[in-house]
Structures are given as C-alpha cells and as structure tokens.
Write a protein that binds this ligand. Structure first.
Ligand code: AMP
Ligand code: TRP
Length: 319
C-alpha cells in the first residue's frame, strides 16, 4: 500500500499523537511505501508565533525520527518544500462545495477560538491535496481526522467522475487507540489545552509521575465508570498490555480498584516507553534534520510534478 500521513509542527507532541498516529506509522513503514509530512502550511491556519516556527518544524521532525520513522525506509519531508501541494489544493478548490467545508466539525471548533480565515476554512482541501498528489491508498490518523479523510475520498471520486479515472480513494486507517482523552477526562488530549492534561513526548520522569498522580479519576465505586477512569485504564492497556487493563477494569467493577497502585504503574510504563525515544531525540542534530527534509522533498519532486501535469491535462489547462 502507498501510505501518506501528516503531523502539524504546532508545539509539543504528546502521547495522544503517539498512540493515535505516530506509533502506527512506525509499524506501517515495515511493509508499505510510506510518505510522512510535517505540515507547516496547515499549522499557519491558526495564530502562531512566526519566530518560533522554524524551531517547531525541526522539533516535529526530530520527534518523528526519534519515535522510529526511518528515512531509509520512508520519505519524511516538509509540506511547504513541495509547492505542488498548494497548487493541487487550488485545483481541488474548484470542485469543492462551500457547504461540505462548513460542516467540518474541526473547522467549527477552531473558528470559535481563532480568526476565521479562508485558510482555516480551506484546510481540509489542502489535506486532500497532500494525500491525492501521491495517489495514496491509506491514511493512518487519529479519529479527529476522520471527516477530513472522508472529504479526500469524496474529492477523489468527484474528480474521477468529472475528469476521468485519476485517483484511488484513500482508506482511513485508525488504530485501537484512536482517541486518547486529556488527563482531566475532558475531551481529546491536545497541546492546545493546559500542559497538566497531556504527557509530552519529552516530559521528564518526574513530570510524568506528577501529571499521572494528579490525573482525574472517579471515586472507584459508583455504578458508572467515568470517561477519565476508562481513559487511564485504556492507557494502561496501551503501555502495559491487555492483561493489566483487564485486571484494573475488573477491580473497578468490583469496587476494589486502588488508584494508588494503578497510577504509579502507569507512570512507570510511560516513562519506560518514552525513555529510548528521548535518548534518540537528543542525539539528532539540526543539520541532520535539515538534510533529511530536503532529501525527502527532492525524492518526491518527480511524482508530485507528474500528478500536477496529468491533472492539468485532464482539466484542460495544457495548450
Ligand atoms: P496533530 O497534532 O493535530 O497534527 O495530529 C497528529 C496526529 O495525531 C493526527 O493523526 C491526529 O488524529 C492524532 N491525534 C492528535 N490528538 C490525538 C488524540 N488525543 N488521540 C488520538 N490521536 C490523536
Ligand atoms: N490535519 C492533520 C492533523 O491535524 C494533519 C494532516 C495534514 C494530515 N495533511 C494530512 C494527516 C494528510 C493525514 C494526511 O492531524
């Protein structure tokens, strides 16, 4: 399969990104033809500090490498280094309806918090262009991106029926950990929420212990298990396996659960999983990252330009 996915360089990655997307990328790259993209043009659709952006791009790339993306197996590059993405987005804009973009839940959420720019509105079309320019078959993302991948499928189908068979319909590839909640149990874990609600990939062991110790739980004996508690037991499953999660679920059902036992177990498991990632990250230099990104963009030049040429011909733009 040809796989494409992207991640925004918008600050620190957390264990939600890791479990929902990046960890799966590392698995997929073993047997597939994978392209992973640092989507800087998406990150500028909400307010951001321009002076910090270069460092954020380098940091996001380092995180991807540290988690295990191997530039010898996969292509890792930065979106704005391949101008064909923005060009295809424009061409796709002409077959996209205002209505379908207005219905995007992520747009509605972000438009409440940020300036409602045309870029923010058009974000899903740029995402469809990212995927379709390489004619990808599979898109591994977290659940919050489902509607956007659906739009990419709709646009592929629409383009094919208007202008002739061109694009495969990319499949949504979700992981079992497709939606990790914040440690307060309120909505998805997100770097735009207070840092006490997420575990960043580069949090120190003490910070991780502290954050998990303060994570919200229910009292342990009401009939309903709260979302916050379910989420923590879900994290136990993700970091230590099904057996331990079953043990804690059963204890919760019996009303005998001890969070004072569960929380340190979870914290130590997260620390253990992140330790080699943090070690590897510290060894990657900025200049190494820059050359990996520029090599990646060069490798994609031929295929991206070929798709643009094909599409322009089909749309009647070649004289
Ligand atoms: P972003 O940081 O928004 O660019 O997201 C990068 C990837 O991580 C996307 O595939 C998201 O769907 C995924 N992701 C982000 N937050 C979460 C979360 N709380 N749970 C699961 N997946 C997530
Ligand atoms: N919008 C995605 C997110 O915030 C990132 C992204 C941009 C992406 N282009 C993509 C993901 C193409 C998959 C495929 O997570």
């Amino acid at each position: 399969m040809k796989i494409f996915s992207g991640i925004q360089p918008s600050g620190q990655f957390h264990i939600g990104n890791f479990l929902g997307a990046m960890k799966n990328w590392v698995v997929l790259q073993k047997e597939n033809d994978c392209i992973f993209c640092i989507v800087d043009l998406h990150a500028i659709t909400v307010d951001y500090p321009p002076k910090e952006m270069p460092q954020r791009i380098l940091d996001a790339t380092k995180d991807a490498l540290a988690v295990g993306i191997d530039p010898a197996k996969s292509i890792l590059f930065r979106q704005s280094d391949r101008p064909e993405h923005a060009e295809l987005a424009w061409l796709l804009n002409t077959i996209t309806n205002m209505g379908e973009l207005s219905r995007m839940t992520q747009y509605k959420e972000k438009a409440e918090k940020h300036q409602e720019s045309v870029g923010l509105f058009d974000y899903p079309v740029l995402m469809a262009a990212d995927i379709l320019i390489y004619k990808a078959d599979g898109v591994p993302v977290g659940e919050d991106q489902t509607q956007h991948v659906e739009l990419a499928r709709d646009l592929a189908r629409r383009f094919n029926s208007k202008f002739g068979q061109t694009f495969p319909e990319p499949k949504l590839l979700l992981t079992p950990t497709k939606r990790i909640l914040g440690l307060d149990g309120q909505g998805k874990m997100s770097k735009s929420n207070p840092s006490s609600t997420y575990i960043a990939l580069n949090d120190s062991p003490d910070t991780i212990r502290q954050k998990i110790a303060l994570a919200t739980t229910d009292a342990g004996n009401e009939p309903e298990i709260s979302n916050a508690t379910k989420n923590l037991i879900g994290l136990i499953e993700a970091f230590t396996g099904k057996e331990r999660a079953e043990y804690y679920f059963e204890a919760r059902r019996q009303g005998t659960i001890k969070y004072s036992e569960m929380k340190p177990e979870l914290a130590e498991a997260i620390i253990k999983e992140l330790e080699p990632i943090q070690k590897k990250r510290a060894e990657i230099s900025d200049s190494n990252v820059k050359s990996i990104l520029s090599d990646g963009a060069k490798k994609l030049e031929g295929v991206a330009q070929k798709t643009i040429k094909e599409i322009k011909e089909k749309m009647g733009l070649v004289i």
